[in-house]
Design a protein around this ligand. Structure first.
Ligand code: COS
Length: 386
């Protein structure tokens, strides 16, 4: 399929593919086994300007958009979802500043983020606030020129490794979702520490930890947007970043599919390569078709976002849910095509299948995505003529 990528887009895709093949593929199994953060790969991505793709040129970035970011994320995901999660979560953490930050905040943080000198994490989830994002309990209490943060954030990607954290906390509990606010908190601020490192099923090259705030005092200038806008900041951020999760789905599915085709050509049973059997061909045909459908949706939604479309919630949720369900199905079927070999750690598809599962869970479960789509349908239906 030809998606009519511009020269710049082809360049980003090719560069990301080269990094993925040369730097990620040789170490992915070891990173997974050792549950090790890919520090060296992040350095290579920084040197290649990959962290600045979606950041405007005036703040030191490449001034591109969701489409180019998706191309980079897809290529990294084709090699290793743990690595691509560490990379993509950096964008997730940056969007609150990019979308809602003051000029001072943008000037202060974005150039270092674009250069890859500073790494970012996004902190919304808590023990009692996952799908129910408005249920957060971490508080930010105004005290003169400061806010004092108290509470614990859970399952935060890049925690400990990141230098900058965009954090959603409650400033007025009586106002429900409208009582949340967004803040930027720097690593090293007194009263800010990290909890245990989680042991995960997949994406084990990415780090997941708690953020602990104990009377953590931050200047009032660290408020992102206005007080009470935190829930909107979080929702708009997720609308923007979910397309990247869709791109992760396309990438890991493509990687698993290629492994399955390669294996099916080589594996001989009943005197023939197993790819010559219709049962295997039909599985590969479905996998290839579903990947192409997912890619077409992800690219068209990314282009829609980059067109400056105002309400992207529904489109973004559709791309996320479709591409990540495809990723789970295709990686599972890649293991099936490869049989016993697919199940062994000697081949990469068992890792791809373990890794893919998170895509249906993080940045809003696929059930929540269907809720978002459903709510949009209800709104649209209300505007239809009877
Ligand atoms: N953009 C802008 N505003 C939005 C919005 C969006 N995408 N989604 C909701 N809002 C606004 C609503 O318009 C409403 O505003 P008003 O109070 O002015 O009416 C407010 O936010 C509350 O919205 P709603 O009532 O729909 O909130 P709910 O608590 O019912 O939650 C869902 C809605 C379930 C969609 C939300 O909690 C969600 O996305 N959950 C998943 C969170 C998630 O992705 N977690 C993963 C961890 S982060 S990696």
């Amino acid at each position: 399929m030809d998606y009519f990528l511009t020269e710049e887009q082809q360049m980003i895709r090719d560069l990301a593919r080269q990094i993925a093949e040369e730097k990620v593929v040789p170490v992915r199994a070891e990173l997974d086994e050792k549950e090790e953060f890919p520090t060296e790969i992040m350095k290579v991505l920084a040197q290649s300007d990959m962290f600045g793709i979606f950041i405007p040129e005036e703040y030191g970035g490449l001034g591109m958009g969701a489409m180019e970011l998706c191309l980079a994320v897809e290529e990294l995901s084709r090699a290793c979802l743990g690595v691509s999660t560490s990379y993509a979560a950096n964008a997730l953490g940056t969007y609150p500043l990019l979308l809602f930050g003051t000029e001072e905040q943008k000037k202060k943080y974005l150039p270092d983020i674009a250069a890859g000198n500073k790494f970012v994490a996004f902190a919304l989830t808590e023990a009692n606030a996952g799908s129910d994002a408005a249920g957060i309990q971490t508080t930010a209490t105004k005290d003169g020129d400061y806010y004092i943060l108290n509470g614990t954030k859970q399952w935060i990607t890049n925690a400990g490794e990141a230098d900058i954290y965009t954090v959603i906390a409650i400033t007025d509990r009586s106002k429900g979702a409208r009582g949340a606010s967004a803040f930027v908190v720097e690593k090293g601020t007194p009263g800010f520490s990290f909890g245990k490192k989680e042991k995960k099923m997949g994406i084990r090259a990415s780090v997941t930890r708690e953020l602990i705030f104990e009377d953590c005092r931050i200047p009032k200038e660290n408020l992102i947007g206005r007080e009470g806008m935190g829930f909107i900041v979080a929702m708009r951020t997720l609308d923007q970043s979910r397309i990247g999760v869709g791109a992760q789905g396309v990438g890991v599915a493509q990687g698993a599919y290629e492994e399955a085709v390669k294996f099916a050509r080589q594996r001989v049973q009943f005197g023939k390569p197993v790819i010559s059997f219709q049962a295997v061909q039909h599985m590969l045909a479905d996998m290839a078709t579903e990947i192409e459908a997912a890619r077409a949706l992800v690219y068209s939604v990314a282009r829609y976002i980059d067109s400056g479309a105002k309400d992207i919630s529904k489109a973004s949720a559709m791309a996320k849910v479709f591409a990540t369900d495809v990723a789970m199905k295709v990686t599972t079927n890649a293991v099936q095509v490869m049989g016993g070999s697919g199940y062994m750690r000697e081949y990469p598809v068992e890792k791809m299948m373990r890794d893919a599962k998170i895509l249906q869970i993080y940045e809003g479960t696929n059930q929540i995505q269907r809720n978002v789509i459903g709510q949009a349908i209800i709104k649209e239906a209300a505007k239809m003529k009877a």
